[in-house]
Design a protein around this ligand. Structure first.
Ligand code: ZN
Length: 453
């Protein structure tokens, strides 16, 4: 009964808010208080003085985020929705942003992969269709592990197909060519010297031998990527993506992957997104965060993570986010800039990132994250990510550096996973002479401001 009374009490302000926001506000119609704002028909109107009268101005367009929806999304279960108090902030005009090319940083690294905007053509094409061939091999010192058939066909590949379709907004499709058959390589796996993990290790010969053994069955002219599944007992301490040079089917393969059912480095079955991570390397992605730190934001940072998507910057260089979806600032803005960034997990043509160019090789990136098909986030993990990208830093050297208020918001049951805090509504962080503030958390993204610190 008491609960019922509370509900009635809450209904009154809700009705007031509703009638306020749905009143027919029109440009030029009368209003009561200078500076007050009202949202109507997708526009935000401000009450201004016109002669002796107070009238609504012509209004500015506001993004699709719906205040009422965000209020109910953030309310705890079984609690009535609370009325919204924050109006959608007014956005800076698009004219303040520079041409997107100003924020398409190029790397000067030539000896290894990098996160520069220009992808080396040696890597797999990240749009269109990529056909992956899986080849199962055995060696004179290592018999096949039958569990690998189901693992790679029923777990790893479906996860790869689903992940890249979702993460790329349907721009990348991965198809599979395989057979449940072992190709017996007439030499010991130890002969590749994979356990040494140095320049004498010949991972690429593993791929070459597998391709030669399988070429009677596979049409390599129709294959783009090669995965060689080795026995779990193969003599190696690590497996994964590698550079190769194999001429077959009228083309040259520059990328390959070795794998097995049991991961040799930790003697456990491979993680469900093992192959998602390794194929990411074949597209030219690297480990964007320091390897000793475990974050949850990126499948390339930590493959044990069961549900991380990719950073917006990575989607940008993979050509899944278009230049038209980026608000590029050529330098630190003198006046505060307000914008709306839609969550990167949503397929649309809306703005996904704000980028502030800091130098030839460095920029600040602001993106929004919400739970999505590729991003298994808890509600308190959703929010704004603020990071710098330095395209002259290679793998494991933190080309992406996250900034936040430092709070770890997620720890895995085994204590392994620390997720550096995303920014919530009202929170801000100072980076590179700028202050980034989350003005409002909407259902589909965040209103943010960037100002000189
Ligand atoms: Zn890796």
């Amino acid at each position: 009964m008491r609960k019922h009374l509370r509900l009635v009490a809450l209904l009154i302000p809700m009705v007031l808010v509703a009638s306020n926001s749905y009143a027919a506000v029109k440009a030029g119609s009368a209003c009561s208080k200078v500076g007050s704002k009202s949202v109507s028909g997708g526009k935000s109107y401000t009450c201004v003085k016109s002669g002796k009268k107070l009238v609504w101005d012509k209004g500015v367009l506001v993004p699709v985020a719906k205040p009422k929806a965000s209020a109910s999304a953030s309310a705890a279960p079984n609690e009535p929705a609370k009325p919204v108090t924050i109006a959608d902030p007014e956005l800076s005009p698009k004219s303040i942003y520079s041409d997107a090319s100003m924020c398409q940083l190029k790397s000067s690294i030539t000896t290894e992969a990098d996160l520069g905007y220009q992808m080396d053509p040696m890597f797999l094409n990240s749009t269109g269709t990529v056909n992956l061939a899986i080849i199962y091999t055995t060696y004179t010192d290592a018999a096949g592990d039958d569990r690998a058939f189901a693992e790679y066909e029923k777990v790893q590949f479906p996860e790869v197909a689903k992940f890249y379709s979702n993460s790329s907004y349907g721009r990348l499709k991965i198809t599979l060519t395989t057979n449940n058959k072992y190709y017996n390589i007439n030499k010991p796996s130890a002969s590749y010297n994979l356990e040494a993990m140095n320049e004498t290790s010949r991972f690429s010969d593993v791929a070459l031998d597998a391709v030669n053994a399988a070429k009677g069955d596979y049409d390599f002219s129709k294959i783009d990527a090669i995965l060689v599944v080795m026995p779990s007992s193969a003599k190696t301490v690590d497996l994964g993506a590698m550079g190769v040079r194999i001429n077959e089917g009228g083309k040259t393969f520059y990328q390959g992957i070795t794998a097995s059912y049991i991961n040799p480095s930790d003697k456990r079955p491979v993680f469900p997104r093992f192959l998602v991570h390794e194929i990411g390397h074949n597209f030219g992605l690297i480990h964007p965060l320091p390897q000793q730190t475990r974050y949850g934001w990126d499948v390339m940072a930590w493959e044990e993570n069961p549900g991380a998507d990719l950073f917006g910057w990575e989607k940008y260089i993979l050509k899944w986010i278009d230049p038209t979806q980026v608000n590029c600032l050529a330098s630190i803005p003198n006046e505060p800039v307000t914008s709306f960034v839609e969550a990167t997990g949503i397929a649309s043509s809306n703005t996904k990132m704000n980028i502030v160019r800091l130098s030839e090789s460095k920029a600040l990136v602001i993106e929004s994250r919400r739970k999505s098909a590729a991003d298994e986030l808890a509600p308190n993990e959703e929010g704004v990510l603020v990071y710098t990208i330095d395209v002259n830093l290679g793998s494991n050297r933190a080309p992406i550096k996250l900034f936040s208020n430092g709070k770890p918001v997620h720890t895995m049951p085994n204590g392994n996973r620390l997720l550096l805090g995303s920014l919530q509504e009202g929170e801000s962080v100072s980076v590179e002479g700028m202050k980034v503030t989350v003005l409002k958390h909407g259902q589909s993204g965040d209103f943010i401001s960037i100002s000189k610190a």
